[in-house]
Design a protein around this ligand. Structure first.
Ligand code: AP5
Length: 222
C-alpha cells in the first residue's frame, strides 16, 4: 500500500502565525519544515554570501530577489528527507514569479493554507515577538511569554519587527497575495488565524489528518 507523503504550503501576512503553526504541524505530522525566512536568517547569521546579499532586503522589510530564494527552496525540497517525509513550505512562494518557478518544476502542494488575521493585530504580534536563538521557539511578550527567567534573558527581537517595517512587509504581502493564491485556487483552504493558537492548530490538524487519509491509496490491507 503506497502512501504519498503530505505536501503543504502555508501562507498569510507577516505574523499571521505561520511559524507558530508550523512548529505544531511538524510535531504531529513529521513533515520537513522549509521556512524561507528561517533559512535566510541562518544565512545572515552565518555571514555567507547569500546572507550578506539578503540582509539589506530583509532589514528593510523588502523581498529578497527571487533567484536567491528560489534556488534555496528547490535545493532543500529535492533532498531525500523532504521526498520521504513530505514537506511544509512556509513563506514561499511570495510572488507570482516564485509560484511559477515551482509550477515549472512540477512542484505542487496538496493544500495551500492561508491564515487570515486583521492588520491591527498583525502589527501588535510583530512588535511583541521574541525568538529564542537556542531552541528556535517563537514567543510574544504578552501572548506567549517565556517559561523561565533564563530563557527570557536570551530572547532576541528581529530587526524587521519595527512598526514601520511591519507596515512595509504587510503592504508587499498585499501586493502579491492575490496573484500567488490564484495559482492554487483549487486547493486553497482559508483559516481564521485570529483565535488562540490551539484553536487554530486544531483546525489545521483535523484538515491535514483528513487529507492524509484521503491520500492513502488502494484498499487498506489487514
Ligand atoms: P519571514 O520570516 O517569512 O517573515 P513573515 O512572512 O513576515 O512572517 P513572520 O515570520 O513575521 O510571521 P509568522 O506568520 O511566521 O508568525 P509567527 O508564528 O512568528 O520572512 C522574513 C523576511 O525574509 C521577508 O520580509 C523577506 O525579506 C525575506 N523572505 C522570506 N521569504 C521570502 C521569499 N519567498 N521571497 C523573498 N523574500 C523572502 O507569529 C508572530 C507573533 O505572533 C509571535 O510573537 C507569536 O508568538 C504570536 N502568535 C502566533 N500565533 C498567535 C495566536 N494564535 N494568537 C496570538 N498570538 C499569536
Amino acid at each position: 500500500i503506497g502512501q504519498e507523503p503530505l505536501k503543504v504550503m502555508i501562507s498569510g501576512a507577516p505574523a499571521s502565525g505561520k511559524g507558530t503553526q508550523c512548529e505544531l504541524i511538524v510535531q504531529k505530522f513529521g513533515l520537513v519544515h522549509v521556512s524561507t525566512g528561517d533559512l535566510l536568517r541562518a544565512e545572515v547569521a552565518a555571514g555567507t554570501e547569500i546572507g550578506n546579499k539578503a540582509k539589506e532586503f530583509m532589514n528593510a522589510g523588502r523581498l529578497v530577489p527571487d533567484e536567491i530564494v528560489t534556488a534555496m527552496v528547490t535545493t532543500r525540497l529535492s533532498r531525500e528527507d523532504a521526498k520521504q517525509k513530505g514537506w511544509l513550505l512556509d513563506g514561499y512562494p511570495r510572488s507570482l514569479r516564485q509560484a511559477e518557478s515551482l509550477e515549472k518544476l512540477g512542484i505542487r502542494p496538496d493544500v495551500y493554507i492561508i491564515l487570515n488575521v486583521p492588520d491591527e493585530i498583525l502589527i501588535d504580534r510583530c512588535i511583541g515577538r521574541r525568538l529564542d536563538p537556542v531552541t528556535g521557539k517563537i514567543y510574544h511578550t504578552k501572548n506567549f511569554p517565556p517559561e523561565t527567567e533564563e530563557i527570557k534573558a536570551r530572547l532576541v527581537t528581529r530587526p524587521d519587527d519595527t512598526e514601520e517595517k511591519v507596515k512595509s512587509r504587510l503592504a508587499i504581502y498585499k501586493q502579491n497575495a492575490e496573484a500567488v493564491s490564484s495559482v492554487y485556487s483549487n486547493i486553497t483552504t482559508e483559516i481564521d488565524g485570529n483565535r488562540p493558537k490551539e484553536v487554530v492548530s486544531n483546525e489545521v490538524d483535523s484538515f491535514l489528518s483528513q487529507l492524509q487519509q484521503d491520500k492513502v491509496k488502494g484498499p487498506k490491507a489487514e
